[in-house]
Design a protein around this ligand. Structure first.
Ligand SMILES: Cc1ncc(C[n+]2csc(CCOP(=O)(O)OP(=O)(O)O)c2C)c(N)n1
Length: 341
């Protein structure tokens, strides 16, 4: 019996509204995200410094993949995702390939940023994926801008704008949500509450009991969900996306989770109490979802083996592909900084 996925056992009727193909696709992307980022960490720890494949650091989403995969899975092609640094899952769902991602990490020829960045600051407006901005919280006003442009143009697209519990203390978050509420912008704010902002615990971040309560002050809907339960995340974000598309304005969804790795590949996270980590490892979103899928005859053991094999093959291929491409020298940094008018 799945230990953690209560929604799956008690609300089968509602969860069955999620198409089988969608559930299986979310499982594939969860696995791909976890295994791809595990490989980033292994390469970072074992690489040849003279020929690195992970040139900078990696900011991984280990343990909280259900938030980005579940959220991005609710979107249509014309919708937008304004990424944060825990959104590898969303990049994959929106169509970035493992090859592109290892080219990016390795600053190799063909990388999405042409070597200007070596980890998660990348996007592609053609795929409606806005690059993460390093200043915490700064992706949110961009989300507002994209949403306001859609409204202005009479389009029906919706924007997902994710941020963390640490970013929630930034002033710009308040301004963004207030504005979005006033102008009923089609934005879903997805708060990844992983309880730590680098080494600052939530108790030192806010005196509030619930971060989602802030939505009341902006005049729109807010709720909290179990961020390790991809079905709960999907359903809550989909509700927000539908609300936004109908013209009813923004939603704030607080997804409660826990970072099961360091802030980045360089961080052993010794400041996190062992008991806290151990307790949350038992709520790992991937085995929980796998149990749900197998218990409900959506995924057979054989199909599971095949999808795991597929993920490993894709990652092996991507790493070798990147390894064979030349590293980009300094000169291209001069190009593609400004867009052409
Ligand atoms: C404005 C700003 N202040 C500080 C930093 C340094 N910094 C990078 S990530 C981070 C922690 C962010 O925590 P949170 O928003 O909870 O996201 P998480 O990393 O936990 O997903 C900090 C302080 C930054 N990038 N931008």
């Amino acid at each position: 019996m799945a230990r953690h996925l209560k929604v799956a056992t008690t609300e089968t009727k509602e969860t069955s509204a999620i198409p089988r193909e969608k559930l299986l696709s979310m499982y594939y992307y969860l696995l791909l995200t976890r295994e791809l980022e595990n490989r980033v960490l292994t390469l970072y720890q074992n690489q040849n410094p003279m020929d690195p494949l992970i040139v900078g650091k990696g900011y991984l989403s280990t343990g909280q993949e259900a938030i980005s995969v579940g959220s991005a899975s609710t979107l249509e092609t014309e919708d937008w995702y304004c990424a944060s640094h825990r959104d590898m899952g969303a990049h994959l769902v929106r169509g970035f390939t493992p090859r592109e991602i290892f080219l990016q990490y390795g600053c190799r020829e063909g990388s999405p940023t042409n070597g200007k960045d070596g980890n998660v600051h990348f996007g592609d407006t053609k795929r409606h994926m806005i690059s993460f901005i390093s200043h915490m919280g700064s992706n949110l006003p961009v989300g507002n801008g994209v949403a306001a442009a859609a409204l202005y143009k009479g389009e029906k697209s919706v924007v997902i704008a994710p941020f963390g519990d640490g970013a929630s203390s930034q002033g710009v978050i308040h301004e963004t949500m207030n504005y979005a509420g006033v102008f009923r912008l089609p934005v879903v704010f997805v708060l990844n509450n992983n309880q730590w902002a680098i080494s600052t615990p939530l108790s030192q971040q806010t005196a509030a009991k619930n971060l989602y309560d802030r939505a009341i002050g902006y005049g729109f809907a807010g709720k909290a969900v179990d961020g390790n339960n991809i079905i709960e995340v999907y359903r809550a974000v989909k509700e927000g996306v539908d609300r936004a598309r109908s013209g009813a304005g923004p939603t704030l969804i607080e997804c409660r989770t826990m970072r099961l790795a360091g802030h980045g590949t360089h961080d052993p996270a010794t400041y996190i109490p062992k008991e806290q980590l151990e307790a949350w490892k038992k709520k790992d979103p991937i085995p929980t979802f796998r149990n749900y899928l197998t218990e409900n005859n959506i995924l057979s053991n054989e199909a599971d083996r095949k999808v795991q094999e597929r993920v490993q093959t894709e990652i092996d291929d991507a790493v070798e592909y990147a390894r064979c491409r030349p590293m980009i020298g300094p000169s291209p940094e001069l190009y593609q900084v400004f867009s052409k008018p």
